[in-house]
Design a protein around this ligand. Structure first.
Ligand SMILES: [Zn+2]
Length: 110
């Protein structure tokens, strides 16, 4: 007996049946749209984050943290309006998995 459960696509909200447990999208096109948006938004945040981390005085004077928060607010509003209220970011576990090498580096230094 095969049990199939319908899931909502993380990009378009359409129902689909998973072929893998980790599948979040109904098709490759939706996966690409989701990841392209994350890449564009991430590139915008990368420079701001590095400036906050390594040019702290300048970042504080220029309000870089507030700018980053404003970007997140705009993106969230865009998600709520245009993406059927779907979140545009992956789960914390995914982010932790993607950066597990960094944790391993810290352990080796200790
Ligand atoms: Zn989809």
């Amino acid at each position: 007996m095969t049990i199939t459960t319908q899931h909502a696509c993380a990009e378009c909200s359409s129902p689909y049946t998973r072929k893998r447990v980790t599948q979040d999208f109904c098709c490759n096109s939706c996966m690409k749209s989701f990841n392209n948006r994350r890449a564009i938004r991430g590139a915008q945040l990368y420079d701001l984050f590095m400036i906050m981390r390594f040019e702290r005085k300048r970042a504080k004077v220029r309000g870089v943290w507030a700018l980053a928060c404003r970007l997140a607010m705009y993106w969230r509003e865009e998600d709520l309006r245009d993406r059927n209220q779907n979140r545009s970011w992956k789960r914390l576990e995914h982010a932790e998995d993607q950066t597990s090498w960094a944790r391993a580096t810290i352990v080796h230094r200790g």
